[in-house]
Every structure is written in structure tokens, then in C-alpha cells.
Design a protein around this ligand. Structure first.
Ligand SMILES: C[S@@+](CC[C@H](N)C(=O)[O-])C[C@H]1O[C@@H](n2cnc3c(N)ncnc32)[C@H](O)[C@@H]1O
Length: 311
């Protein structure tokens, strides 16, 4: 598994990357990669699964806190019975920007995510079919290359809504926890007149989304900011939120408040074991009802929910 987008270069010191190397038995590596992406902020930009270890990169000033985060994550997993050793986590090679990009080139290729959506990294060219919707994205520091099941689940549901005609082109869309902006960009490309409000608590995500939206020619229709959900005032016919279950739980009332009557809410980033309780919690009070739950074909540990607000 490998994840995510666009470099955000702030100053000279940040033009270098250092490897964080997490030893992992081959059979555990995919699962461990998913755990790291969920638990370690600096791994959101994307991890690579290699033989015997999982690797990701951080800028040097973030190394020490990241190593501490990874070790804490491994200690938690060890307590749950995983055969992982926090003491073996280490810093690897320092790589200039160019080498970092080369390292990604070996692993990150053009990938079809839905009938129409493809993610195309800057180092590959792609001859699109007439119906294709390419999204141009490179791995970076914000979550969302499309490689993660939780992102794909939302894209697949959007594709179904487009294909079935169940959702007419929405005038506006809200993407909460936009990461790289991948879902906002997909919405902007599915519906060429739609305006998207995208927010994230992580300032790196805001930079990445702006850059990616511009690279995809939709920057003028995506307004991105760190605005707190409680301060996002409009209501939307379509709301997307790919964030972990415990965060979604805390955001329920504010999130439901952002839905227009008849509006569609897609929740993702949820472990399959947690999807039913979360959906039940969202449906309490009957503001929204469940339309469907989708389990990932890529990784059945992840599921998403499609909810609809009453008219
Ligand atoms: C799993 S990533 C999803 C990224 C992208 N939307 C995708 O589908 O690939 C979740 C994102 O939510 C952001 N996030 C976490 N808590 C948040 C909150 N309370 N409000 C807004 N964004 C939040 C994180 O910074 C992260 O970028």
C-alpha cells in the first residue's frame, strides 16, 4: 500500500527528506502500513511497503517527534498482540528532494480508481479514454493519493451516484478533511459547474490542496481553508468526510447541520468493525437515514456509509 500527494516546500531545510524505517514481517507489512497512516500524522503523506519493512519520509525537523509517534504506535500494537518491535524503528538515509521523488517513482504509478477516475503522477504520461477523468497528484505530505481504501470508497460511491443519475450535479460540495484535496478535485471534475468548500485542520493539507487543485485546472472552484467545522456556515447538497470514526463521532451534530434537506452524506475512514455503531449513532434522531454501507474490495477492514437527510 502506498498513499498520498504533492510536496509542500517551505524553506531550504525542508527540501530534504529522511527515511523512517519500520521493520515488519512480510505478512504484517500491509496491515502495519495502514496502522501507521492512521496513527502517525507524518505518515499520512504515504508509506511504502517493502520486503521486511515499511518506509515513509519526513522533513528532518520532524524526525524525532515522528520516531516517537511510530514507537508509541508500535507499542500499542504490541500490546494488542502484533509481533512488532518499537525498539527497531530507526531513521534511514537522508534524501534530497530529487531522490525522494525517484524513490516514489518506483512505487507510485498511474492507477485507475473508478470507471472514470485515474490518479496520474507527474512522472507518468497517460493517454486518457474519452470518458476518463485523470487527477494529477504526486505523493507528498497530505493524505490522499487514492491508494487508501477509505479514499477509494468515497470515489466509488461518487462514481455510482454519477452513473445512476441518483444525484444530479450538486451546486456545491463540502469536503471535510480534504487532505491532498483528492475528493474535492474529483467532485470538481465530475461536475464542472460545482463549487467546493474544502477544509482540513492541517495547514500542510491546505497548501497541498491548493497546489493540486491548480495543477488539475480546478483551483478556481475549490475554496480551501482550515476553517473549523462549527464555523462553516452554508449547507450543502453533498458532504464528504473521510476521517476516522472517533473523530466523525465527535463531529456528528455539526456535520449533519451542514446538510441541506435531501442532502447526501458520505462518511469514510471507518474500520468495518466500527461502521454499524457509527451509522446507528448518526441515524439517532432521524435527521439522516442510511442508504448503504460499502465494504472495501481492496481491504475489507475499511468501510464507508452513504446517508441521506430527509426532505
Ligand atoms: C483520511 S484523511 C482523508 C484525506 C482525503 N479526503 C482522502 O479522502 O484521501 C483525513 C484528513 O482529515 C483531517 N482531519 C482530521 N480531523 C479533522 C477535523 N476535525 N476537521 C477537519 N479535518 C480533519 C486530517 O488532517 C486528514 O487530512
Amino acid at each position: 500500500m502506498c498513499l498520498q500527494t504533492t510536496e509542500v516546500l517551505v524553506n531550504e531545510a525542508e527540501q530534504e527528506w529522511i527515511e523512517v524505517v519500520v521493520p515488519a514481517k512480510v505478512a504484517l507489512a500491509d496491515g502495519l502500513a495502514a496502522q501507521l497512516v492512521s496513527a502517525v500524522p507524518a505518515a499520512r503523506g504515504g508509506v511504502q511497503v517493502r520486503k521486511g519493512h515499511v518506509v515513509f519520509w519526513v522533513h528532518p525537523p520532524k524526525l524525532e517527534t515522528t520516531l516517537a509517534d511510530v514507537r508509541a504506535c508500535l507499542r500499542d500494537l504490541a500490546e494488542q498482540g502484533w509481533l512488532v518491535d518499537a525498539d527497531k524503528v530507526r531513521a534511514g538515509n537522508l534524501a534530497p528532494e530529487e531522490d525522494w521523488r525517484d524513490a516514489w517513482k518506483k512505487f507510485f504509478h498511474t492507477t485507475r480508481l473508478t470507471r472514470q477516475i485515474l490518479v496520474v503522477p507527474s512522472w507518468e504520461s497517460h493517454e486518457p479514454l474519452a470518458t476518463d477523468i485523470p487527477i494529477h497528484l504526486d505523493p507528498g505530505q497530505a493524505f490522499g493519493t487514492g491508494a487508501h481504501a477509505s479514499t477509494q470508497l468515497v470515489l466509488e460511491t461518487m462514481q455510482d451516484l454519477v452513473d445512476s443519475g441518483a444525484l444530479p450535479a450538486p451546486e456545491t460540495v463540502f469536503d471535510l478533511g480534504t487532505g491532498s484535496g483528492i475528493l474535492a478535485i474529483a467532485a470538481a471534475k465530475y461536475w464542472p459547474l460545482t463549487h467546493i468548500t474544502a477544509t482540513d485542520i492541517d495547514p500542510l493539507s491546505i497548501e497541498a490542496t491548493r497546489e493540486n487543485a491548480n495543477a488539475n485546472g480546478v483551483g478556481d472552484r475549490i475554496e480551501v481553508s482550515t476553517t473549523d467545522l462549527a464555523n462553516v456556515k452554508p449547507r450543502f447538497p453533498l458532504v464528504l468526510a473521510n476521517i476516522q470514526a472517533h473523530i466523525l463521532r465527535g463531529l456528528r451534530d455539526d456535520l449533519l447541520e451542514r446538510l441541506l434537506p435531501g442532502g447526501t452524506l458520505l462518511l469514510s475512514g471507518i474500520l468495518t468493525a466500527q461502521i454499524r455503531p457509527l451509522v446507528d449513532f448518526y441515524c439517532e434522531g432521524a435527521v439522516v437515514e442510511l442508504v448503504s454501507i460499502r465494504e472495501s474490495k481492496l481491504n475489507s477492514e475499511w468501510s464507508s456509509a452513504h446517508l441521506r437527510r430527509g426532505d
